[in-house]
Design a protein around this ligand. Structure first.
Ligand code: NI
Length: 182
């Protein structure tokens, strides 16, 4: 099932999502599949459960490898589901990178974030997982974890003048994969 993705202005995007208990995970497997399917259908690198109106701490991220604007060549990160993700470390070294968001359609902006992070949480079966990420994967983790705390990337803009409107790119256009919203 593909969900409608909430757009900026919807109050559910501004709420704090609740932690998921291991005991609840079996009942959430179909939701996790649907959340991931919604992300793939929308062409996003990442999505967080609150973006479809479910206030639980679950994210899905998939980074297609290759040359990306402002990141250089990034490695492939296969579909990654993290439940209750927590940033346990981030580098002082930062990177200014281009971001968009499935909940802020039609815009993108440059945001400065830590270039490397370590994130811990659970996988969809409740096993503990940890990820050491850099560049676009690190950014996607920080962006999605922000969603769990009611934060949108535009909140990090240094100046609203840095937000720019982008024309929709058809999914069959070769540049689409380079400009996916996070
Ligand atoms: Ni987003």
């Amino acid at each position: 099932m593909i969900y409608d993705i909430l757009q900026i202005g919807d109050e559910r995007l501004r709420q704090i999502a609740e932690e998921v208990s291991r005991a609840d995970l079996p009942t959430l497997q179909q939701f996790i599949d649907d959340l991931d399917e919604t992300r793939r259908d929308a062409g996003g690198v990442g999505i967080a459960a609150p973006q479809v109106g479910v206030l639980k701490r679950i994210v899905s991220i998939e980074v297609p490898g290759g040359e990306r604007p402002t990141y250089g060549v990034v490695p492939d990160q296969p579909t990654t589901i993290i439940v209750n993700p927590i940033v346990v470390w981030q580098s002082e070294e930062q990177r200014k990178g281009l971001e968009g968001c499935l909940s802020v359609r039609g815009f993108e902006g440059f945001i400065t974030r830590a270039d490397r992070v370590r994130v811990e949480g659970l996988d969809r079966s409740g096993e503990a997982v940890a990820y050491d990420a850099d560049r676009l994967f690190a950014r996607a983790l920080l962006h999605e974890i922000d969603h769990l705390n009611g934060i949108l990337y535009i909140d990090h803009l240094m100046a609203h003048g840095e937000l720019r409107r982008v024309a929709p790119v058809p999914k069959d256009d070769p540049i689409w994969s380079l400009r996916r919203p996070i």
